[in-house]
Design a protein. Structure first.
Length: 95
């Protein structure tokens, strides 16, 4: 299953949690997520934007990856940084 098909619909404009990511190949990207969404959804969204890099982690601080199980609510108003990895960092989490 491709990553885009795993990305939840964006909530009504102005609702939800704004998440911004500094993507290594396309620059700063931003969208809203529901307060019920998890970082797994953010990883899938970022991964759906470009085929490269294939493997990456999202961080607030260099080298400290955000867990896919973490709620997006804790990231309100932050800028996440994408770090390229040589192999898959996380397994999909069951829902």
């Amino acid at each position: 299953m491709d990553r885009l098909s795993k990305v939840p619909p964006e909530p009504t404009p102005g609702m939800g949690v704004s998440v911004a990511v500094k993507h290594v190949s396309i620059g700063k990207v931003k969208r809203f997520f529901s307060e019920d969404d998890l970082m797994e959804d953010v990883y899938n969204w970022v991964g759906s934007l470009s085929s490269e890099p294939e493997f990456f982690q999202l961080c607030l601080l260099p080298g400290i990856a955000l867990s896919q199980a973490q709620s997006v609510c804790s990231l309100r108003g932050t800028l996440l940084h994408m770090e390229v990895m040589e192999h898959k960092v996380f397994d999909d989490i069951p829902r």
